[in-house]
Write a protein that binds this ligand. Structure first.
Ligand code: ABN
Length: 179
C-alpha cells in the first residue's frame, strides 16, 4: 500500500510541476503577443528631402503627365535616369519606407511649365532595397558621358550610402536656376 501511495504522490507532484511550468509559459506568451499587438506600428520613413532653398514651385495639374510624379513626362524628371520614387511607395521628394536617401546626387535643370522658369533639381537615389522596377524613365537632359561622373546621371549614387543597393530616384527642387 505504501508503495502505491508513494507512486501516486510522485506522479501528482510531477504533474503539478509540469502544469505550473506550462501555465507560466502560456501566460508569458499571451503577455508577449498581447503586448506587441498593443504597440501601434510606427511609419518607417528614413528618406528625407534635401533641404530646399526655395518654397516649392507651383506644380502643373496632377491630371496631366507633366504634373504626375509617377509619369516619365513629369516636369522635374527632365534629367532623370531611374525609377521615380513616386511609383515605388515614396514621393518625388521622399524615399519609400525602409530605404535611405543617398548623400551624393546628380543635379539637373528643368523648366517648370507653370511659370516657365528653370529650377535646379537634385536626383538623389534611395538605397537599401532591390531595384523598384516600376515606370523606368531615362530622359537625360543635361547628362554627360560617364567619364565625367559629376555630370552623368548614369551612376548609382547609393555608393555614398550605407547600402549601395539602388531602389529608386527622387526629384527634389533645390532652387531656381540662374539666380
Ligand atoms: N542614379 C540612378 C542609377 C542607379 C543605378 C545605376 C544607374 C543609374
Amino acid at each position: 500500500m505504501k508503495m502505491l501511495d508513494r507512486w501516486i504522490e510522485g506522479s501528482a507532484r510531477d504533474l503539478a510541476k509540469r502544469t505550473a511550468r506550462r501555465s507560466v509559459l502560456a501566460r508569458l506568451g499571451t503577455l508577449l503577443i498581447g503586448g506587441a499587438a498593443g504597440i501601434p506600428l510606427l511609419p518607417v520613413a528614413r528618406g528625407a528631402e534635401p533641404a530646399a532653398r526655395v518654397p516649392a514651385p507651383s506644380e502643373p495639374s496632377s491630371d496631366t503627365p507633366q504634373g504626375n510624379p509617377s509619369a516619365c513626362e513629369y516636369w522635374r524628371h527632365c534629367g532623370i535616369d531611374g525609377f521615380p520614387c513616386a511609383s515605388c511607395g515614396g514621393t518625388q521628394t521622399h524615399c519609400p519606407p525602409g530605404t535611405e536617401l543617398s548623400a551624393a546626387t546628380w543635379i539637373g535643370i528643368c523648366r517648370n511649365p507653370t511659370d516657365s522658369r528653370d529650377y535646379i533639381i537634385s536626383y538623389n537615389d534611395c538605397c537599401g532595397k532591390s531595384s523598384c522596377g516600376r515606370d523606368p524613365c531615362n530622359r537625360n537632359e543635361g547628362d554627360s558621358p560617364m567619364y565625367m561622373p559629376a555630370k552623368s546621371n548614369d551612376i548609382n549614387w547609393c555608393m555614398s550610402s550605407k547600402s549601395n543597393v539602388y531602389h529608386c530616384t527622387i526629384s527634389a527642387v533645390l532652387g531656381q536656376a540662374g539666380e
